[in-house]
Structures are given as structure tokens and as C-alpha cells.
Design a protein around this ligand. Structure first.
Ligand code: SF4
Length: 115
């Protein structure tokens, strides 16, 4: 079995964004990590190239991304105290967009690390 080795991979799980992780992958999944903590290793090793979930959900039901964005905008628009929360499993570009959204909506922004 041939493994693909990726050096200096970035883990986006907890927000520390460790960027010196080595990953070993077969054709379907990551089989070994070097340099990740136990949380990061579990995160990397339990992700596959399979498409396990729908692109978006509305009230727990599969939806298009466009419909989900529209619904989210409606909720944000009606909110008295909007909160943009999470941000741990997304890219820097997506975090930047979330900050922009929070500024536009007059929202509070927070990450799960505040727990
Ligand atoms: S989960 Fe572990 S490896 Fe991943 S960013 Fe956080 S500390 Fe780093």
C-alpha cells in the first residue's frame, strides 16, 4: 500500500491551529499523524474523503446551501442579540468572513474556546 505523506499540515480543530503536523494517508483516509495532540489526531483520523452529510441542513432536514444561507440571514436579521459562534473547524478565510458578518449584523463573536 502506497501512502501519501503531507508535511506541515494545519490542524483547525481547537483553534490553536498547529501547522507542523505530518499526515500519512492511503487512498481513502489518514492512517497516521505525527506531531498532533490526541484531539488533533482523532480529528484527522476520523475524517475521510467520503461525503457523509448533506451540504446544509434547515431544521435538521437536507437543504441547498443557498436556501440555508437565506434562512440564516433571516434568523440573523430578526435576532435581538445576534451571536456568531464556533469558528474552530474552518479556514482563516471563512473566519474572516464570519468577522465581517458579525460586524455587519452588530453581533457578538466568540469561539468555542471561551468554554
Ligand atoms: S487539536 Fe491539538 S493538534 Fe489540533 S490545533 Fe489543537 S492543539 Fe494543535
Amino acid at each position: 500500500m502506497t501512502l501519501t505523506i503531507v508535511k506541515n499540515a494545519t490542524c483547525t480543530f481547537c483553534g490553536c491551529v498547529c501547522d507542523d503536523i505530518e499526515l500519512h494517508a492511503d487512498s481513502e483516509r489518514i492512517v497516521k499523524t505525527k506531531g498532533a495532540c490526541s484531539l488533533g489526531e482523532a480529528w484527522f483520523r476520523n475524517h475521510t474523503a467520503e461525503h457523509l452529510y448533506p451540504d446544509a441542513l434547515i431544521d435538521g432536514h437536507p437543504a441547498t446551501v443557498d436556501d440555508a444561507v437565506e434562512r440564516a440571514a433571516e434568523i440573523m436579521h430578526r435576532a435581538n442579540m445576534p451571536l456568531v459562534y464556533g469558528l474552530s473547524n474552518i479556514t482563516c478565510e471563512a473566519q474572516r468572513e464570519a468577522v465581517t458578518l458579525a460586524e455587519m449584523a452588530g453581533a457578538i463573536i466568540d469561539s468555542h474556546t471561551s468554554l
